[in-house]
Ligand binder design. Structure first.
Ligand SMILES: Cc1cc2nc3c(=O)[nH]c(=O)nc-3n(C[C@H](O)[C@H](O)[C@H](O)COP(=O)(O)O)c2cc1C
Length: 367
């Protein structure tokens, strides 16, 4: 309610201006001992039915903050305070990159969507890792690993960059995600192609064995990936014994995303960047459904894209996601979003006779 009142004021500022102020300010408040505790008590929904264990990691609830909100690991207390069950920090790249020319994000309010063009802005793995080493939160978090968006960071140099981030963050966070699909980098998305993905997975597997990396590792893909390509990626994930997929990232095919908008006039096809939020919702849910069915539920899926409500989250869980994540729904919905989603999830679980989240995963396939 309060957020609805202040939202028009926030919308007077560009997202690039308002994001660091709101996220940074809220992080400070979240770290304040008494106020932080009061806020946590209000926003966090603590219920055994929401607790879930995935690949050996126990999450207090299945609703995470997606990669991109907290690129440099500066907002973990904020995410914990506002009710998230986990967060994905990053994407973190080997070297520092200041980001693409601004604007990095444009709001399309009526379309419930953002046009995102950060281009893997990152302080670089060393700085972020040192910060994470000093940060202590009870909430589990994952680390999103990407390659530096710099002109020379292609081919083997890019693979070495991924490996550098993966190894430097090996003891940080409870899982890693290899982000293949950032659409806003200068050389496109080279590792989304199965032919180029294989040497990357090989190098990461060698690093995992050499450095004794035990934490679950997932691959993040586009929600609009062609089925044939997805089949080959599933085979590679199984071959290299990764735990699963994060589905999915921003829509990179702008024309396709444009056609999915409720108000296409609010969007300019010349704007660079990928599209988040509502237009991603069904594409990602259908990709989740496909992977779950193809792998007979044996591969972990983290579902993201267009989640604004508990019903949207539940839809992805029933389609096959063990965990869900969001970012755009939280930006538009404000601080009570995750509380509302978790409360609604509890109601939906009870309605369908489930005593915990894991019982609901993939149930659409068992009808
Ligand atoms: C502002 C913004 C920045 C993002 N940056 C990243 C990123 O650095 N790495 C990544 O894997 N995904 C990134 N994403 C994609 C999100 O993690 C998510 O996959 C996508 O936005 C779909 O979820 P949503 O509809 O809930 O936003 C970003 C998204 C937004 C909105």
């Amino acid at each position: 309610m309060l957020y609805r009142l202040i939202r028009p004021i926030l919308y007077r500022f560009q997202p690039d201006t308002i994001h660091p102020i709101v996220a940074g300010g809220s992080e400070l408040v979240a770290r304040t001992p008494i106020l932080g505790r009061v806020l946590r008590r209000y926003f966090r929904v603590d219920d055994a039915a929401l607790r879930t264990t995935v690949d050996g990691v126990t999450y207090p609830n299945p609703v995470g903050l997606s990669a991109g909100f907290d690129k440099d690991g500066q907002n973990l207390h904020f995410a914990e305070t506002f009710g998230f069950g986990f967060e994905e920090v990053g994407s973190i790249t080997g070297r520092e990159y200041q980001g693409n020319p601004k604007p990095w994000a444009r709001r399309m309010v009526r379309n419930e969507s953002l046009v995102v063009n950060y281009g893997l802005k990152s302080q670089g793995v060393e700085r972020v890792a040192q910060r994470l080493e000093r940060t202590h939160v009870a909430m589990p978090y994952g680390v999103s690993v990407a390659k530096s968006n710099l002109p020379d960071c292609c081919g083997d140099v890019a693979i070495a960059d991924y490996v550098k981030v993966y190894v430097r963050t090996k003891d940080l966070g409870r899982y890693a995600t290899i982000n293949l699909s950032c659409p806003n980098t200068t050389d496109g998305t080279p590792f989304s192609e199965p032919e180029t993905l294989e040497p990357l997975l090989k190098a990461l597997t060698e690093a995992r064995e050499q450095h004794g990396i035990r934490k679950p590792t997932y691959l993040k893909i586009n929600p609009d990936i062609q089925r044939e390509k997805l089949d080959r990626i599933i085979d590679l994930v199984q071959h290299y014994r990764l735990q699963g997929l994060v589905i999915g990232n921003l829509i990179k095919d702008k024309a396709r995303a444009h056609a999915l908008l409720d108000y296409p006039d609010d969007h300019d096809l010349n704007w660079p960047g990928g599209i988040s939020g509502k237009p991603v919702r069904n594409l990602s849910t259908e990709a989740i459904r496909y992977v779950y069915s193809k792998t007979h539920g044996k591969m972990t899926i983290i579902g993201t894209g267009g989640i604004f409500t508990g019903d949207h989250a539940y839809e992805k869980i029933r389609a096959g996601a063990s965990l869900v994540q969001l970012i755009t729904g939280f930006i538009f919905g404000g601080p009570t979003t995750i509380r509302n989603i978790n409360k609604r999830l509890l109601k939906l679980l009870r309605r369908d006779g489930f005593t915990n989240v894991s019982q609901a995963v993939g149930t659409d396939h068992k009808k």
